[in-house]
Ligand binder design. Structure first.
Ligand code: ADP
Length: 161
């Protein structure tokens, strides 16, 4: 069984992430969307909330699971006997970071591969950080995040004021 792990912050999940997940779910038997829990990064949503929003956004994908992990992604891969990490690539600015991470992970475990999937041109400008800015200033979230994310995002930002 071919398993792919798609790790990220997903704070919150956007339509760009959904597009990548839908596409890779057709390529692998099993996809695990891995919410990274990192105490060093300040996130708007807790990891449990991010996980719940991803699950709500993907009701029809039977071979996709969502999990939370703190620590190195490669350690999580070992627990699932998985060998493939998928990351999305938007603009050139993503490239250097993704190449560095892929090479660090390869150094730590030469048996795993990182697959980079190009963002859909419709979503290449969409980022979690960008949608938080749009929501903070009352802009339309249409076409940026799944419908189930809109209200929680607006509420969360209001609560934080
Ligand atoms: P991280 O904080 O680990 O970069 P993100 O949640 O921002 O996590 O993104 C997770 C992965 O999804 C990354 O590989 C990122 O490049 C990719 N990604 C983010 N936004 C998009 C998008 N709009 N289209 C395609 N891939 C994306």
């Amino acid at each position: 069984m071919k398993t792919a792990i798609y790790p990220g912050s997903f704070d919150p999940i956007t339509l760009g992430h959904v597009d990548i997940i839908e596409r890779i779910s057709k390529m692998f038997d099993r996809v695990i969307v891995l919410v990274s829990e990192s105490p060093q990064k300040s996130q708007l949503f807790t990891s449990q909330e991010r996980k719940a929003l991803i699950e709500k956004a993907l009701p029809n994908l039977k071979n996709v699971e969502v999990d939370i992990h703190e620590g190195l992604t490669i350690d999580y891969l070992k627990t699932k006997n998985a060998k493939i990490i998928v990351r999305g690539l938007r603009a050139v600015v993503d490239f250097e970071y993704e190449m560095t991470m892929a090479n660090i992970n390869r150094k730590l475990d030469p048996t795993l591969e990182t697959l980079l999937v190009f963002a859909n041109p419709e979503y290449y400008f969409v980022s979690s950080r960008g949608v938080k800015e749009v929501a903070r200033y009352g802009g339309s979230l249409e076409g940026l995040v799944p419908d189930c994310v809109k209200q929680p995002l607006i509420q969360k930002l209001k609560a934080g004021r």
